[in-house]
Design a protein around this ligand. Structure first.
Ligand code: GRF
Length: 264
């Protein structure tokens, strides 16, 4: 049970409206926490200015430059990077994936992430909130942040009702599919793509007069409510991850880690 003001680290890539919602909720006392840093994979991320204005420490790790360096051989992965460990855990690659591409992907991510770890561990934080952070985190990073298997501490907000429409364009994919309902999801991060245990979701109707733009802007407003609410549940010590096992009618076993939310 965490009983102090929770210390929240935030990672962004773009405009940072979710970062703003978290900062505002802390200021309003709706979220019993404070933002201890805002970091980005992109030095030009506009949202960093929002944190700077509030006197919150900011940093960036230039992913594009590091990835280029790894491709060209001028940057090598960190000494403690274990390719086989990351490869066996990250279920993102099909069995026909080009081994060279997989190697570059995992090595370059580890090189970026060792810089990211150096920055974030220079602060003390309880939870790391990805708020429009558009990079996949690899096991190298996740395992160094999540040390308690029953209380992961990396959260993400995704612009769709997972498990539908993982990936970079949740509202676009929902709208183009012809769904009648859209929404957003906050989940813990695991090794897959937007596949971790779900903490909270909000949904809304897609009306005949809606456009992709109107769906995106409605969705964002729901995100700004949902994310602080989910981080507050963490702050109240109400989240645990449990492994549920079911036997399906066809006799097959179904196993999934899910989030349990305890009462106050
Ligand atoms: C949000 O829609 C978030 O769900 C998605 O990227 C967008 C980021 O928006 N992952 P912002 O940078 O918080 O304004």
């Amino acid at each position: 049970m965490i009983d102090h003001k929770i210390r929240i680290g935030v990672l962004i890539s773009g405009g940072g409206s979710n970062l703003q919602a978290l900062m505002d909720s802390c200021d309003a006392g709706k979220l019993n926490g404070r933002i201890v840093f805002a970091g980005s994979d992109n030095p030009g991320a506009a949202g960093l200015a929002r944190a700077r204005e509030k006197g919150i420490p900011v940093f960036s790790v230039n992913y594009s430059d590091i990835i280029k360096g790894v491709r060209q051989g001028s940057i090598t992965p960190p000494d403690d990077f274990d390719f086989n460990d990351s490869y066996s855990k990250q279920g993102l690659f099909g069995k026909d994936a080009d081994p060279e591409k997989v190697r570059i992907f995992l090595e370059s991510r580890a090189a970026c992430e060792s810089e990211l770890l150096r920055h974030i561990f220079s602060y003390e934080f309880d939870v790391l909130a990805l708020a429009g952070f558009m990079r996949t985190l690899s096991p190298y990073f996740i395992d160094r942040v999540n040390t308690d298997p029953f209380l992961p501490r990396i959260m993400n907000i995704h612009p769709a009702l997972l498990p539908s429409f993982p990936g970079v364009d949740g509202y676009g994919d929902t709208f183009r599919y012809g769904c009648r309902v859209a929404g957003c999801t906050v989940h813990f991060v695991d090794y897959g793509e937007d596949s971790g245990p779900i903490i909270g979701q909000k949904s809304f109707q897609i009306l005949p007069e809606d456009t992709l733009e109107s769906v995106k802007s409605k969705g964002l407003e729901y995100e700004w409510q949902l994310y602080p609410e989910c981080v507050q549940l963490f702050a109240e010590g109400r989240l645990t991850v449990v492994k549920e096992k079911y036997e399906l009618k066809n006799g097959k076993a179904h196993e999934r880690k899910i989030v349990r939310i305890s009462n106050n």
